[in-house]
Design a binder for this molecule. Structure first.
Ligand SMILES: [Zn+2]
Length: 405
């Protein structure tokens, strides 16, 4: 069922390459041959921390300093150590290396705090604000292997192959854009391993999803190097869990559309009605509202007279809410997405805000920022037999597919 689409993507790409000549987004890509290696990407693993348990089993390994004092160690079988920050550098194997950056390699994989990752581990002493006295742990590996470690987490419980392929293309496009940013080559890392970027857990996929890592590798391979483009340029291929009936445009969610206003304009979606978060409601007190808005640096004081939807963006997503507050009945207008994050709501796709005793009740739809592919919709479309090209063209109208390596 899916094979023909896969071939269709390649057909489209071949046509594109013939028409447009080789090259993508203005970047000089001299040879888009099947054997061009994928670029390397660096992912920050978790938050800066004061210790991490590293193990490498039954493989050759090496540790080499990249900054600070020179340090090197190697072994032929097993490494089991606690990584710690030290006053004069990173501590490893119980000793002070006096190095501020270490690169740890193995033949195939390493295990860090219970999760197994492919590629190399870079350990850095934290240097930026809030990182002092902590370690920054970074996984460096090729883009394709990174994408395989993302899609299982992002799709969640077992879905159709087409859905994983669609997610692989969006995940790769997002990461590719991060690599195209200026100064990317010298950045410590390009993406986080959380929803701040895309959820990545290396080779360890949560067991509850009922999928195997090898299947994710296969689905990724089936779209190797393919990104979505608009007028020949890759763009930030945003996606979110559940749109609640209509996706929205980047401006309403505080995101940057770049040159891709058209594919990110927002489309109706009738595929996510089965999501647990298709509809939700949440109530909070006036006190909680005051505290939450103050914390979000949109200060208000009691009493709260009015809380209302002031303006809606594409698909009904809330662009602005208005609060009338305090003894002087002051007015504050707050972007919907800021309000959502301040009150920790699932989305800013509110159907209504109503006065209840001592507080407010918000009825809403969907989960996430609402821009680009609706992941729940992509799962449901896959289940109904849609191919990855159909899914992607549905949520990002007017796109093309480009093979960047
Ligand atoms: Zn949807």
């Amino acid at each position: 069922m899916n094979r023909p689409t896969y071939l269709a993507i390649w057909g489209l790409m071949a046509a594109w390459l013939l028409l447009a000549g080789v090259g993508c987004g203005g970047h000089d890509t001299p040879a888009l041959m099947a054997d061009t290696p994928p670029p390397k990407i660096r992912i920050r693993l978790g938050k800066p921390r004061t210790r991490a348990e590293l193990s490498i089993s039954r493989q050759a390994w090496s540790i080499r300093s990249e900054a600070g004092a020179s340090y090197a160690a190697r072994g032929e079988s097993t490494l089991k150590t606690t990584l710690r920050p030290g006053a004069a550098g990173i501590k490893v194997r119980g000793g002070d290396t006096r190095a501020s950056v270490l690169r740890i390699r193995s033949d195939a994989w390493f295990t860090l705090d219970g999760k197994t990752y492919p590629g190399a581990l870079i350990v850095r002493s934290g240097t930026e604000k809030g990182e002092e006295g902590k370690l920054i742990l970074i996984n460096e590996l090729d883009m394709e292997t990174y994408v395989a470690g993302v899609i299982g987490n992002e799709v969640g419980p077992k879905a159709e192959a087409a859905t994983y392929r669609a997610q692989a293309v969006t995940a790769r496009t997002y990461a590719w854009m991060r690599l195209q940013r200026s100064g990317a080559a010298t950045r410590r890392f390009h993406v986080y391993d959380s929803t701040a970027s895309q959820v990545y857990t290396g080779m360890t996929i949560p067991a509850v999803y009922g999928i195997r890592y090898q299947e994710m590798v296969r689905r990724t391979k089936e779209t190797r190097g393919v990104v979505i483009t608009h007028r020949g340029r890759p763009f930030a291929a945003y996606y979110a869990s559940t749109c609640g009936g209509h996706t929205t445009e980047p401006a309403t969610s505080g995101l940057d559309a770049g040159r891709a206003k058209d594919p990110l304009r927002g489309v109706p979606c009738r595929y996510c009605t089965t999501s647990k978060y298709f509809r939700w409601d949440k109530s909070f007190s006036d006190d909680h509202l005051v505290t939450a808005l103050n914390r979000a640096k949109r200060p208000v004081v009691a009493p709260i007279h009015t809380l209302e939807i002031r303006r809606r963006g594409r698909g009904g997503w809330v662009a602005e809410v208005r609060v009338i507050y305090g003894p002087k009945r002051a007015v504050r207008t707050i972007p919907g997405y800021v309000f959502r994050s301040a009150l920790k709501l699932r989305s800013h796709n509110f159907a209504s805000i109503a006065r209840i005793r001592g507080g407010w009740r918000v009825k809403g739809k969907g989960w996430g920022h609402g821009v680009g592919m609706c992941q729940w919709g992509a799962i449901e479309m896959g289940r109904k037999g849609a191919t990855e090209t159909e899914i992607l063209r549905y949520y990002y109208p007017g796109i093309d597919f480009t093979k960047v390596y």
